[in-house]
Design a protein around this ligand. Sequence first.
Ligand code: MF3
Ligand code: CO
Ligand code: CO
Length: 266
Amino acid sequence: MTVSIKTPPEIEKMRVAGKLASEVLDYITPFVKPGVTTDELDALCHDYMVNVQGVIPAPLDYAPPGYSPYPKSICTSVNHQVCHGVPGPKRLKSGDIVNIDVTVIKDEYHGDTSRMFYVSDPGIQARRLCEVTYESMWRGIEEIKAGKHLGDIGHAIQRFAERHGYSIVREFCGHGIGAKFHEEPQVLHYGQLSTGLRLKAGMIFTVEPMINAGKASIRQMADGWTIVTKDHSLSAQWEHTVLVTETGYEVLTLSAGAPPKPSFHS
Ligand code: MF3
Ligand code: CO
Ligand code: CO
């Protein structure tokens, strides 16, 4: 396994790409309302990325081995959809929760981030799942520092999510990112302390836990992309792209509208 160490000029480009990706989520936030279709959200994001930001939407036509080319510019995963939800004609309704996942390419480098959105007023259980997932991601990020291990990140995420009675999706993970959308290492959202790859300053990867209110099992829809929970329980995900530093970490996918780091609850 070779995990690249980014050079200072590469890191600077990743900062720019990361901020732009987060700014797409800022832009789309006021449109996430009852009655909008996920296709409309896709078209709005697409136009903003291409015409306003001058970036390439990385998902569009992305075709990893075994997959057909992804047909849209963002992923929109609603309620029991876990990830890679393909935008379509269905309208969001009050009470839905939706993950919007944006990846941009700017000057050849990628920025990848996602947030959960509340459509009007979801119930307490849906909101709690989103909050616990957000804190899980941040607890994972807080572990990041040169000399620590990938397993420390997964352990922190798993411990917190499972303590709240939720389950971690195992089939998808965070990933190294740079000039490629998905590169080494794989960043599992579960694991054991002091195991796995030792982190070095200059590594850049995503942390993007998918957490289910029910069982961990998932299945793929007939579109070849959308992943849903087998038991139809709600699922949530948040994602940041993060740089490892000697003293800790730098989150690259921040912008004015990104929610702050939470205060940690027991
Ligand atoms: N953005 C997703 C991730 O976090 C990947 C989406 S691949 C796509 O890794 F083709 F569905 F867009
Ligand atoms: Co990602
Ligand atoms: Co993503």
